[in-house]
Design a protein. Structure first.
Lengths: 265, 357, 298
């Protein structure tokens, strides 16, 4: 009665599950792409005409473009600062001579955003910013984004740093390099793939960040996710569909590019 | 002391978490010699090397290089270079860039760097390998690149941490010959650390045996092998048991007694006791002085190990002592009763006239 | 030649070590400062905000915020949020198991990275947009209804949007990639030879799952759960876009309290109650040694 099941009969079911999951993931995206070229402003399925006018409208809409520019600017700052701080943190956690308790605590504090619900942190930062006199706006937003990306950049770099043979740095020192020179000639070249991946991931994370920004932006600053959210509240339109496709494309390209360097494990 | 002492370590101590890895270790290297530091795993050899290289600081003690105190000098400023156990070549650099790394840090011009790299590649027999990727090289080739890299800064002492341990035997012996040849040609002092006594004895001008963070004995290989002063060294370098046996003098010759067998002791002027004879002496019975198939004592073969061109045979004497000998392959089998004769025992005692360096 | 220097090296070595430590400390100071200023301090501020310290020692007023949370208005929302979190996480696990198993064991190795990237790509896309895309599928004039009407399965378009169903679908959509990612790490480490050994000894497929796969990957599943369920319970965009008015979750209440009603004390109290429950669950999960090992991988 008990026969040795071969791997092959298992596959159709498993493969089916995988296929369904992939369809599940990409069907909504494809639907939006499909609807974004509809000629009517409030399209129905199936669409009645094909046009690229909505893309043109999105790219010329001053408010949306300004929000997108804000997002890109904030994301760039978050990526650079976040990766730099993440590198410092990674080095401290992996390589420094400081006591273990200190290094573990640093890792824990940095990891807070990963398990403290974002809404709680956002509220906390909002209140703190209020008391510190910062109010709403760019400052708090950038700080909030830094908090958000720091664990990702730190742990990406830590993973890579830890895999580095620490005797490579010993060898460098033995041969005459110290400090910055040592970092430049030995450590950084070996960390570079993770460094670049971190820049790209932090950029994507910050670009798409919504909840923290929602709590910290106030009325004067808007970012791309906030704009989209605002429009969704109002109603579904082709304009929104085109904007969505552009946004997805932008993030998708960045993510795929980053994955060629290093994928977070 | 006719030759110049190039490196002198004095009572170095280094502890980790309460346990001393290096315990008041003192060492002197002569300029131009090939010196081996031999010891079992965990005895502190690698730590000693790291202390000498400057990658760690000693808790107490001092290090002098070329006459100057370098105890507090950083590794990057010290005239020593290290060949690591796993070589640790820079994976992101070519062979030439690896070798040129040290000279580049010292500010040599690109032209000078290149000529030095070429010269060193010649020395280690890898001419033309400049642009190769270290990952594409064989184990033996990577060894040579690591050595060339360590020689590139023209250090006063090259420190080698068991670099040949990962190679198979044939390759290892070939590289040992290479290593010795290069050292002779270049003339730099080599400090070679290993747990393999055959390598140490084959390559060294002088060597020291280390245990638990301390140097037990030091001297030329022949001296340590044939007249060890301590049981530890005798057992580490030799293949026979070290026994404490009743001693006396018969017709003026010092002898010891083992299981009713009388064995003369191979004393030389350094171990002879001109005044007074002790009642018991520590001796070592070497395999080359054990003969099977003759002799008055009868022993039982307890194990045979076939080694290709000879067999190692272990016999147990009536009093339980086990002796090892080497003989023609597969002559005796487990359980055979065989005659045993020992014609000499080597004393294992501190030299009456002591000279530890 | 005598070494005559004596022992000046002991203070020198400790001096060098302290110099190194100082450098390390300075280098690590910036990220530490940021993480504390933005993570720890706000939590403290939040705690202070949630109580009316000025009214001490009248505890009734001091803890007024918490009492309000315990009222019949807010408590159901909290419970609903946690229940949704757990339910959706379990659903994600049920899907993630076969999917990650396939990628780890049956996917041709050269395609493996591509498969993973495809399955986890949504993590890097804008989740507001992703939630929004389901509006077009579930609306009365949306894709699903159109297909169902055309094929004659139903006569009237189904009311799918702004229901528990749309909320659940939206959550699974957004958080499945997280669970796939964490489960994959665990699946990848599963030694396939254990499965082969079980088969060899006579176990059928279900037994193999129960005896080999489940125990080996359970720690990973739990670790993934801990990371994800709190995010789901505390989500804002998904319930706003896909949930109905009767399906509010805790984050929406907090947001309203903070941005609309401007009752900071209530917002803070709500946050802290929610946080406490989440941390409690985390603590319970982390006490399992296997789970801790798993989390250390991260």
């Amino acid at each position: 009665m008990v026969s040795l099941p071969r791997a092959v009969p298992e596959r159709p079911l498993l493969l089916g599950a995988v296929g369904l999951t992939m369809a599940f993931f990409y069907l909504p995206i494809l639907t939006i792409v499909y609807l974004s070229v509809a000629s009517s402003a409030q399209p129905s399925i199936p669409i009645e005409g094909v046009t690229l006018q909505w893309y043109e409208e999105v790219l010329t809409d001053r408010r949306f473009v300004r929000a997108l520019a804000n997002s890109v600017g904030i994301a760039t700052v978050s990526a650079i600062l976040g990766t730099t701080l993440g590198l410092l943190a990674a080095r401290t956690i992996v390589r420094s001579s400081l006591p273990r308790l200190y290094r573990a605590s640093l890792a824990l504090v940095i990891a807070l955003p990963l398990f403290i619900p974002t809404v709680v942190l956002s509220l906390g930062i909002g209140l703190t910013a209020g008391y510190a006199g910062l109010g709403f706006g760019y400052g708090p937003i950038i700080l909030g984004h830094l908090l958000w990306v720091l664990p990702f950049s730190t742990f990406l770099l830590t993973a890579r740093y830890a895999r580095l043979d620490d005797r490579l740095e010993d060898a460098g020192r033995d041969l005459g390099a110290e400090g910055v020179e040592l970092f430049r000639s030995v450590t950084y070249p070996l960390l570079r793939p993770a460094f670049i991946a971190s820049l790209l991931f932090c950029f994507a994370l910050s670009l798409n960040e919504f909840l923290i920004t929602f709590f910290l932006a106030g009325s004067s600053v808007t970012t791309m996710p906030l704009e989209i959210f605002g429009k969704v509240r109002v109603g579904a339109t082709s304009f929104l569909n085109a904007a969505s496709v552009l946004v997805l494309l932008f993030s998708g390209v960045i993510a795929i590019g980053a994955s060629t360097y290093e994928w977070p494990r | 002391m006719d030759e110049e002492i190039i490196l002198e370590a004095d009572t170095l101590t280094r502890s980790y978490e309460g346990a001393a890895a290096v315990d008041e270790l003192s060492l002197r290297l002569r300029d131009g010699e090939f010196f081996s530091l031999l010891g079992p795993s965990g005895c502190g050899k690698t730590t000693t090397l790291r202390l000498l290289a400057g990658l760690e600081r000693p808790d107490t003690g001092s290090i002098r290089l070329n006459g100057a105190d370098v105890t507090n000098t950083a590794a990057s400023d010290r005239a020593t270079n290290l060949v690591f156990q796993d070589l640790v070549l820079f994976p992101h650099l070519t062979v030439a860039q690896n070798i040129a790394y040290g000279p580049a840090r010292q500010g040599l011009s690109t032209a000078d760097q290149r000529s030095r790299v070429d010269k060193l590649l010649e020395v280690v027999n890898l001419a033309g390998y400049n642009e190769r990727d270290p990952a594409d090289l064989s184990g033996g080739q990577r060894q040579r690149v690591a050595l060339a890299r360590a020689l590139a800064n023209e250090p006063s002492v090259v420190l080698l941490d068991e670099p040949l341990s990962s190679l198979d035997r044939g390759l290892r012996e070939e590289l040992q010959r290479e290593l010795k040849r290069i050292q002779r040609d270049v003339g730099t002092t080599f400090l070679y650390v290993t747990h393999d006594q055959a390598s140490a004895m084959r390559m060294s001008d002088r060597m020291a045996v280390m245990n638990r963070g301390r140097i037990v004995e030091a001297g030329p290989p022949e001296m340590l092998y044939s007249t060890p002063s301590t049981p530890f060294v005798a057992e580490f370098l030799g293949d026979g048991p070290v026994l404490e046996l009743p001693a006396e003098r018969q017709c003026g010759t010092p002898v010891v007694t083992l299981a009713d067998m009388t064995i003369p002791v191979a004393d030389d002027e350094e171990t002879a006791h001109p005044r007074g004879d002790p009642a018991a002496r520590t001796v070592m019975i070497r395999p080359e002085h054990v003969t099977l198939g003759e002799g008055t004592l009868s022993g039982t073969v307890v194990s045979t190990a076939y080694r290709g061109y000879f067999s190692e045979v272990t016999v147990r004497l009536p009093d339980g002592t086990e002796l090892m000998t080497r003989g023609p392959a597969a002559t005796w089998a487990h359980g055979d009763e065989i005659g045993v004769r020992v014609d000499r025992a080597h004393p294992v005692e501190p030299d009456v006239a002591a000279d530890a360096d | 030649m005598n070494s005559d220097q004596g022992q000046p090296t002991e203070p020198a070595r400790t001096a060098a070590t302290s110099r190194n430590r100082l450098v390390d400390l300075l280098l690590g100071a910036a990220p530490l400062a940021l993480a504390i200023a933005l993570g720890v301090v706000p939590l403290g501020v939040l705690l202070l905000e949630s109580v009316e310290l000025g009214a001490y020692p009248d505890f009734g007023v001091v803890l007024a915020g918490y009492r309000a949370v315990g009222s019949s208005v807010y408590l159901p929302v909290l419970i609903r949020s946690l229940a949704v979190g757990i339910a959706v996480t379990v659903g994600c696990l049920l899907i993630a198991y076969p999917v990650t198993y396939w990628v780890a064991n049956h996917c041709p190795p050269p395609l493996r990275v591509a498969a993973l990237v495809t399955l986890t790509l949504p993590l890097w896309l804008n989740y507001v947009v992703l939630n929004y895309s389901w509006v077009w599928i579930l609306a009365r004039g949306g894709l699903l209804n159109t297909v169902l009407l055309e094929t004659g399965v139903v006569a009237e378009p189904l009311e799918l949007l702004f229901t528990e169903l749309s909320l659940a679908i939206g959550f699974v959509y957004i958080y499945l990639p997280y669970v796939i990612l964490t489960m994959y790490v665990s699946m990848e480490r599963l030694d396939r030879r254990l499965i082969e050994a079980a088969h060899d000894l006579g176990a059928g497929r279900i037994r193999v799952f129960r005896d080999v796969i489940l125990p080996e990957t359970l720690a990973g599943a739990i670790a993934g759960t801990l990371i994800v369920y709190a995010r789901i319970a505390g989500a804002f965009a998904t319930p706003e876009i896909l949930g109905g008015a009767g399906n509010q979750l805790i984050a929406q209440l907090i947001s309203d309290a903070y941005l609309q009603i401007l009752d900071y004390q209530l917002a803070a109290a709500l946050s802290y109650v929610f946080l406490s429950v989440v941390l409690l669950g985390l603590a319970v999960g982390v006490t399992q040694r296997d789970v801790r090992e798993e989390l250390k991988q991260w």
